[in-house]
Design a protein around this ligand. Sequence first.
Ligand SMILES: [Zn+2]
Ligand SMILES: [Zn+2]
Length: 147
Amino acid sequence: MRHSGGCHCGSWNFETNHDPMFLYQCNCESCRKLNGSYSLGACYKEDEFVCSGPEVDYDYQGGSGELMKTRFCPTCHVRLTVRPQVLPELVFIPLGNFANPNQFQKIDLEIWTGTKLDIVHDQTRAGLSVSDSGTAERITKFLETLR
Ligand SMILES: [Zn+2]
Ligand SMILES: [Zn+2]
């Protein structure tokens, strides 16, 4: 497998033979609470990865007004995956869940820079930075540039 990983307690695992579609940094207030500061993650298509292990759901309203469908480990409470309802078929996997996150070197997309913590400095290597959620239209356009 090209990439694999899991949660902190090890009861949830994933693997994939694909590289991510893109890597992101999200500075939104939900990620601040859910991750303790901000989020780094990798975007995959739903059918590009497999996972196993127990999951519990927690859905909240994202910047678009649509649900962010989030799954956590019921034991260690790590955020496992996020599926934005506004971007069907896409799954976000937090970078910390990867066994070897240092294989990734560059953020492709940074969103919610308008609510970035002062202590977090600019992502000068990001391919695209937007001050709000950047969802739907912008991310769709961004995805088109990757093809
Ligand atoms: Zn766990
Ligand atoms: Zn966020």
